[in-house]
Ligand binder design. Structure first.
Ligand code: CTP
Ligand code: MG
Length: 383
């Protein structure tokens, strides 16, 4: 089923304490709100509306750089008002599922989405919920007396919460002015709708107090798995006056022969990135039989691999390329190559390594018949 998402990120984060507002704070190098946006996009959201504080457009642009299919709208004074603004901004498609999510719950994963949408077959709303595990105490505010409260049948509601667009829209329209719901399911309940509880997840914790950020920093590491990819490529020398390697043109007394620009460094690195996410190899994505790629600049291939990683919610940790040839000498160009690759991949230069070696005049590289390149890439993917 098609779905759209609303991420509410227009709060003022009073309880989280000083510093940048919690929705824009970095968590493992990524703004808190970007985590949820990436997860929805990776899950196949048609469109994501992010409700942000008035005037925070440039913070949002910076936080969401490079991601597709999002729009921002300015939020309201309460969470419920922000949700209403988000609903208004979603071009209504009746029957489509809408997932409404707190930006303050960054560890959303694409796997959370399908069970919520599936539950809408038999209910007007679906909520991830956890049974209350701790014993509940009630303290009388006047006497201070403490008693144990029964916890049977009590659940902690999380987000994202799923509804059909027209159901949640009508429920909000019917909600009494002057009252403030604490979640979106409450609005549908009041309108007489049935709510399904699906399995919640401790990872859907909400960042509320300062100490929650310390926990989130630890979870941010645990929420990613590191994947490794390996690439290898060879091109034959032929007539020419320059070679392309790692996106840098080097004047040489020969050229490299290939269908594209024959940049073996970029080809090996592209294969390493594709390998890290199990996405086949460069020939699957850019068949040499396709005339379109004749003389193509190989940076197109690398950018494509990087965009697939971003679309799966991943992030490149580091890459390492080894160029194998007797000539041209690589050392004078290594720094330019690192900077070029860093630019293409949106990485810092220290995340990119380029090395070179000869094969002691042995083999095809030693005889100068061709040149080889190896690459490895480490990628952090959501679990
Ligand atoms: N939210 C919103 N618009 C508001 C208030 C809250 O979009 N007027 C969003 C928050 O940005 C957050 C989610 O609703 O992602 C849950 O709210 P909460 O955790 O209470 O965040 P804040 O309201 O920002 O924090 P606080 O209540 O401590 O001020
Ligand atoms: Mg709040």
């Amino acid at each position: 089923m098609e779905f759209s998402a609303i991420v509410v990120a227009a709060g003022s984060g009073e309880r989280a304490g000083g510093g940048a507002r919690k929705q824009w704070r970095p968590l493992a190098g990524k703004a808190v709100t970007r985590w949820s946006l990436e997860a929805f996009l990776a899950a196949g959201a048609r469109r994501v509306v992010v409700v942000i504080p008035q005037g925070h457009e440039s913070l949002a642009r910076e936080a969401f750089a490079g991601l597709p299919d999002w729009v921002t709208v300015g939020g309201g004074a309460t969470r419920a008002q922000s949700v209403r603004v988000g609903l208004a901004a979603l071009a209504a498609t009746d029957g489509e599922a809408v997932l409404i999510h707190d930006a303050a719950r960054p560890f959303l994963s694409p796997a959370h989405v399908a069970p919520l949408i599936a539950a809408l077959a038999a209910a007007q709303g679906a909520v991830p919920a956890l049974p209350v595990a701790d014993t509940l105490k009630r303290r009388d505010s006047l006497s201070g007396a403490v008693v144990t409260a029964p916890r049977d049948g009590l659940w902690r509601a999380q987000t994202p919460q799923a509804f059909r667009r027209e159901v949640i829209g009508a429920a909000y329209d019917a909600w009494p002015a002057g009252e403030t719901p604490t979640d979106d399911a409450a609005v549908v309940e009041r309108a007489g709708g049935k709510i399904a509880l699906v399995a919640g997840d401790p990872m859907l914790m909400k960042l509320t107090y300062p100490e929650d950020f310390a926990m989130a920093d630890r979870l941010a590491g645990a929420a990613r798995m590191t994947r490794i990819g390996l690439g290898f490529d060879v091109h034959r020398f032929g007539p020419g006056d320059a070679v392309w390697l790692c996106g840098v043109k080097i004047t040489h007394d020969r050229g490299l022969i290939g269908h594209s620009d024959a940049d073996a460094g970029l080809h090996a690195l592209t294969d390493a990135l594709l390998g890290a996410i199990g996405a086949g190899d460069i020939g699957d994505h850019f068949p040499p039989s396709d005339a379109k790629w004749k003389n193509a600049a190989s940076e197109v291939f690398l950018r494509h691999a990087a965009s697939l990683i971003a679309a799966s919610g991943g992030r490149v940790i580091n890459v390492d390329v080894t160029l194998i040839c007797e000539r041209p000498k690589i050392a004078p160009h290594r720094q330019a190559m690192r900077e070029r690759l860093a630019g293409l991949l949106g990485l810092a230069v220290d995340q990119v390594s380029v090395k070179a070696t000869t094969t002691e005049q042995l083999g095809f590289t030693g005889r100068g018949e061709g040149l080889a390149a190896q690459a490895v890439a480490a990628v952090a993917l959501p679990v």
